[in-house]
Design a binder for this molecule. Structure first.
Ligand SMILES: [Zn+2]
Length: 330
C-alpha cells in the first residue's frame, strides 16, 4: 500500500502533464477588481485600524511576497505602473486592457467593446479552437470587455454559460451551485465558484489563453467593509498560490505558461476608499508577471502601463505586435 501511494504521488504530476498536449506557449491573465497598491504592497491601512482586529492587521499577500514575488517581476510600488484607461473605472479599464489603448468608454454602461480584443486576435492568428481561449468572470460586465464577438471564445461569465459543451459536469455543477448561492451584491457570482471553475478548466483542458476575473474585492470596498475586503485579498493570495502550484505540476504546459496578475483600478485614500474613478491616483496599480519569457527579478521600478499587456501577450504567443511590450520580457 505504501509503495502504491508513493507511486501515485510520484506519477500524479506526470500523469497531469501528459494530459496536456504540448501546443506551444500559453498565457493566464488573473485580475482582482479594485485592489489598491496600499494593500498589495504594504498591507492593511492605518486609517482602518479601528475596524480591523489586531490579528488581521499587517501584510496581506504573505504567501505571494514570501514565495513567489521573486519568481517574476512586480511593477507599481513607486506608482510607476498605470492602467491604460484615462479613468479608474472597471469597464473602461478592462476594455482598454483588452485592446491595448484607451477608447471612448467612460463608465460601466458603455456597452460591448467595438474592437477586436487580444484574445480574439490571438485566437484568429493561431487558428485556435473556441475552448482554447476561455474567460471565467464573476462580474456580468466582463462580457462587454473580453470579446467583440462573444461566439469566438469560451465565456463562462455570470450569469449564463453559452458553450456548455466545452465544460465538464463538475464545472456545470459549480455553475448551478453558484446560481443558488448568489452574493448580496448584484450582477455577479461569488468568486469562490468562478475560481474553482477556472482552476478545474486549467487542470483538465490546458487552455492556451485563460482569463480569470474576480470581483468580491471591489464589492466589499463599495460596501465599506474593510475586514471583508482584507479577507477577500487573503483568499486571492491563496488562489494565486494554487495557480502557481498547479502550473508547477503540469510539466511542459506549466513551463510554457506566463501568468499576469493585476487589477483594473485602485481606490480612494482614507474615507474615500469605498469608491474610485474620481482621482488620477486611482489609475496607479500593480502588475505581477511570472513564467515563460519573464526574467525573475522581484520588484522593479520601470515605468509601464496596462496598454503594454495586450502587445506583450501577443508577443509571448508568437505574434508580432506593433506597440511596445513590457520591460523585462524576452
Ligand atoms: Zn467599483
Amino acid at each position: 500500500m505504501k509503495f502504491l501511494l508513493i507511486c501515485l504521488i510520484i506519477l500524479s504530476p506526470l500523469a497531469q502533464s501528459q494530459s496536456c498536449e504540448n501546443k506551444g506557449p500559453n498565457v493566464i491573465l488573473f485580475t482582482w477588481d479594485g485592489v489598491r497598491n496600499q494593500e498589495f504592497f504594504k498591507g492593511t491601512d492605518d486609517f482602518h485600524k479601528d475596524t480591523t482586529q489586531a490579528s488581521e492587521r499587517g501584510q496581506i499577500f504573505t504567501t505571494f511576497w514570501a514565495k513567489y514575488a521573486n519568481e517574476g517581476m512586480v511593477f507599481g510600488e513607486q506608482n510607476q505602473y498605470q492602467i491604460a484607461s484615462s479613468i479608474g473605472v472597471s469597464l473602461p479599464s478592462y476594455q482598454a486592457l483588452m485592446v491595448g489603448h484607451a477608447n471612448e468608454c467612460r463608465n460601466n454602461q458603455c456597452g460591448q467593446i467595438k474592437e477586436e480584443t487580444f484574445l480574439e486576435k490571438i485566437k484568429k492568428n493561431l487558428r485556435l479552437n473556441i475552448g482554447d481561449v476561455a474567460v471565467f468572470g464573476s462580474w456580468e460586465g466582463m462580457k462587454n470587455s473580453v470579446a467583440q464577438d462573444s461566439e469566438q471564445i469560451l465565456e463562462v461569465i455570470f450569469p449564463e454559460i453559452k458553450n456548455d459543451k466545452y465544460l465538464s459536469p463538475e464545472i456545470l455543477l459549480l455553475q448551478n451551485n453558484a446560481m443558488l448561492d448568489l452574493p448580496t451584491w448584484k450582477e455577479s457570482r461569488k468568486d469562490k465558484y468562478t475560481f474553482e471553475m477556472a482552476l478545474q478548466y486549467l487542470k483538465n483542458k490546458c487552455p492556451r489563453l485563460l482569463y480569470i476575473s474576480l470581483v468580491d474585492s471591489d464589492e466589499n470596498g463599495h460596501l465599506n467593509d474593510y475586514p471583508g475586503y482584507i479577507k477577500t485579498l487573503r483568499t486571492y493570495d491563496q488562489y494565486l498560490e494554487q495557480i502557481i502550484k498547479t502550473l508547477k505540476t503540469m510539466g511542459q504546459y506549466g513551463a510554457e505558461t506566463t501568468l499576469f496578475v493585476t487589477t483594473d483600478h485602485s481606490r480612494g485614500e482614507g474615507e474615500k476608499w469605498i469608491s474610485h474613478g474620481t482621482d488620477d491616483k486611482d489609475k496607479n496599480v500593480f502588475l505581477f508577471v511570472r513564467g515563460r519569457g519573464v526574467k525573475p527579478q522581484g520588484k522593479i521600478n520601470a515605468s509601464a502601463t496596462h496598454a503594454q499587456i495586450a502587445p506583450t501577450i501577443e508577443f509571448l504567443m508568437g505574434l508580432s505586435p506593433a506597440a511596445g511590450i513590457l520591460p523585462g520580457i524576452r
